[in-house]
Design a protein around this ligand. Structure first.
Ligand code: ASP
Length: 348
């Protein structure tokens, strides 16, 4: 595997990721996907290093795939579960992180239901002069970078299995449908997918779209507008991002190449934002019928876990002709190996 010029020490957000960084992750993940297809699926890259998985919020896919990724790279792993930890005795999150630092953790994978916790731990590690790299595995409604990178990898490898790269998505149309307001997956995917040159169309009920976009909303969204929503980040070199907003799902699906449907995050809803799940499914649920609006070879993604029959019909979720959901889970291991490898110095 080629050594790279990767310099990012923490992976906390995709807002300021550069095209070169995206392509480096995609190409590195492609190499690890090849490793994972071998009989011996392990490389000694991170031998002697310790990866601590600090999950302060529940997870199935993300936690297991980070653990497997670390093990496939021969790292030692420490798994923390909030419910059985000293947090229940009043220990602070930063003290928990410092405990893992004292045990020799080289990298920390952090998930928390509050936005900003991985950033706070990273800042503390830097303040202490440690070399620990922190990876955001999902913070509140903010971001979930590794999920968006595995989504990107899944789509790009479908288009070119050997050379996944950003430019493959140039001029594609991607719809992201559902509970955008509560979704850190959507926020990270907005950064990564608009970095490719694709048109990204968000669709959901106005109550589940971020207030930030309210100024652009009309009953039709900005679907009639020629100008995309202005989104940018001070530190991002990518300026011509193409993001559109719709309150109805149909214009977002029209001629779409990919549809990403999101889980209704019931645990994050503090007000009654929807009349009923049935009505939601009727208006925004992804079904075979609705997919007829899309390109004939459209593919559907979902980050999981899925509310079957709510954001996507149960039969569609299991249909390999359309669904990329299990490929997303498989991609997760290779992409997380790539991130740990790059953060760990990118050498073998
Ligand atoms: N698993 C993803 C996350 O942790 C998506 C979801 O929970 O809906 O954000």
């Amino acid at each position: 595997m080629a050594t790279t010029t990767w310099t990012r020490h923490h992976v906390l957000s995709l807002a300021d990721f550069t095209p070169i960084e995206y392509d480096t992750v995609l190409q590195t993940a492609a190499s690890f996907r090849e490793v994972l297809s071998r009989r011996t699926k392990k490389v000694p890259t991170l031998q002697g290093q310790v990866v601590a998985n600090l999950f302060f919020e529940s997870s199935t896919r993300t936690r297991s795939s980070f653990e497997l990724a670390a093990k496939r790279l021969s790292a030692d792993t420490l798994n923390f579960a909030a419910a059985t930890s000293s947090l229940t005795k009043g220990e602070t999150i930063l003290d928990t992180a410092k405990t893992y630092l004292a045990m020799g953790a080289d990298m920390m994978v952090v998930r928390h239901r509050e936005a900003g916790v991985p950033q706070a731990i990273a800042a503390e590690m830097d303040r202490l002069g440690s070399r620990v790299g922190v990876l955001n595995a999902g913070d509140g409604q903010h971001e979930h970078p590794s999920q968006a990178l595995l989504d990107l990898f899944t789509i790009c490898t479908l288009l070119d299995p050997d050379h996944p790269r950003l430019e493959l998505l140039k001029d594609k149309k991607i719809a992201i449908v559902g509970d955008i307001l509560h979704s850190r997956v959507a926020r990270s995917n907005i950064w990564s997918l608009t970095a490719t040159g694709a048109e990204v169309h968000l669709a959901g009920p106005p109550t589940l779209l971020p207030q930030l976009f309210a100024a652009y909303g009309t009953q039709e969204g900005n679907q009639g507008a020629k100008e995309p929503l202005p989104i940018t980040h001070d530190q991002s070199p990518i300026t011509n991002r193409k993001l559109f907003l719709h309150w109805d799902v149909e214009p977002a699906l029209q001629d779409a190449d990919f549809v990403m449907t999101l889980r209704l995050q019931k645990e994050r809803m503090t007000q009654h934002l929807l009349p009923s799940l049935r009505e939601y499914h009727q208006r925004y649920g992804i079904t075979r019928d609705r997919l007829k609006l899309c390109k004939p070879d459209v593919k559907v993604l979902h980050p999981g876990p899925v509310n079957r029959g709510v954001e996507i019909s149960s039969d569609l979720m299991d249909d390999p002709q359309f669904s990329l959901i299990s490929q997303q889970v498989t991609s997760g291991v290779a992409v997380r190996m790539a991130l740990l490898y790059l953060m760990g110095g990118g050498k073998i």
